[in-house]
Design a protein around this ligand. Structure first.
Ligand code: SAM
Length: 351
């Protein structure tokens, strides 16, 4: 995956990658097949399907492999980035980085090692490097050039009319932020996150691309620090399933506060697909991957939460990360292998 790595580190990464792929393209289809055979056809109801899924011989292997390969992934990735140089900031940055060392990191954020990553993404600078490489392996090598987020911007934010400010809520190491600047070079683009290590890496990576983005440390569920009604577009990718209920409510309230009348919100996350076995697996992914608030988010009517916060026309549609991006309806194309049921919640502030 990374040319400069020693052979042993490469071997570890290749092993984990191969394990993840077999988990997705072999164990998951076997689980579907066994469940269908046991029930005399594909189950139609997630709750009724759950005990049937659990009874299948391959289920323990599927469930164990998901968690064990994730743990192995972090070990391999941590070893691989152990000698990574400190994050180098540019001498003459075009954008900016505003950290807030006094910011309270909520307990729901610090109490869990999210994604089973030891120390999470916030504890040390190395966490950001580890997360960066880990995110590639989680995508099973299919997103090494970050096409996923480019597709998201093209299909969910490609038609904005001369926006002046775009905001990425929970920007991580910036892979969801810099495509916004690439799409709208004349606009002010702001990336916000709780994790200082991620923000440092985001800033350095974005500057290396020659792009001016303003990164700042804040809790997007409480106060971004941005002026009310100041943004044309707000986005958040792969974040809201990490938020507990009160924070989720705060997230929509803050997004509504910072958007201009007519401003748009696009949130990328997971939704149920109606394919019962996949829906059981995604519901249980939260527990196996240390994402404790994910089942709560999935069970919640988040489009209604957006409406309650003041948004209009809130609706989820399916997202195909392989090619099409945002799909025209909440219908996921049939896929044999395990994949995350990505979806986009779009909404707008009334004019
Ligand atoms: C899975 S990462 C996604 C990062 C990025 N949006 C992407 O798509 O690559 C989730 C990010 O949300 C951040 N985050 C979680 N809760 C947050 C909050 N309340 N305020 C700001 N950032 C938050 C985490 O620190 C982490 O960087």
């Amino acid at each position: 995956m990374t040319k400069a790595l020693p052979h042993s580190a490469r071997a570890d990464l290749d092993f984990v990658l191969a394990w993840r792929r077999r988990w997705a393209d072999t164990l998951y289809p076997a689980l579907v097949e066994q469940t269908n055979e046991a029930g005399g056809g594909p189950p139609t109801d997630r709750k009724a399907a759950t005990p049937v899924v659990h009874d299948q011989p391959v289920y323990p292997w599927f469930a164990w492999s998901e968690r064990a390969s994730q743990k192995a992934l972090w070990r391999a990735v941590s070893d691989a980035v152990a000698d990574a140089p400190p994050i180098a900031l540019p001498e003459a940055p075009q954008g900016s980085l505003t950290l807030n060392p006094g910011l309270h990191l909520p307990e729901w954020y610090t109490d869990w090692d999210i994604h089973v990553q030891p120390g999470g993404v916030w504890r040390a600078d190395a966490s950001a490097h580890v997360y960066e490489l880990g995110a590639k392996l989680v995508m099973m090598g299919d997103n090494d050039d970050y096409a996923f987020h480019r597709r998201f911007v093209e299909t969910c934010a490609g038609d904005l009319d001369s926006p002046t400010r775009l905001v990425d809520l929970g920007c991580g190491f910036g892979k969801s932020t810099w495509p916004l600047k690439q799409a709208y070079p004349g606009a002010e683009v702001i990336g916000i996150d709780l994790a200082a290590p991620c923000l440092r890496l985001a800033h350095a990576k974005t500057e290396a691309l020659g792009l001016a983005v303003h990164y700042r440390q804040a809790d997007v569920t409480v106060d971004t620090g941005l002026e009310p009604a100041s943004a044309d577009f707000a986005t958040s990718t792969m974040v809201i399933h990490e938020l507990p209920q009160p924070a989720l409510k705060g997230f929509f309230a803050e997004a509504a506060r910072i958007l201009k009348p007519g401003g748009r919100l696009a949130v990328l996350d997971f939704q149920f697909t109606g394919d019962a076995v996949r829906d059981v697996a995604v519901m249980e992914h939260g527990a196996r991957n240390n994402e404790p608030f994910m089942p709560g988010m999935m069970a919640q009517d988040t489009a209604q939460m957006a409406r309650d916060a003041g948004f209009a026309n809130a609706a989820w549609t399916a997202f195909d990360e392989r090619g099409a991006g945002r799909l025209p309806a909440a219908e996921w194309p049939a896929r044999r292998e395990w994949h995350f049921p990505w979806a986009v919640l779009e909404a707008e502030m009334p004019t």
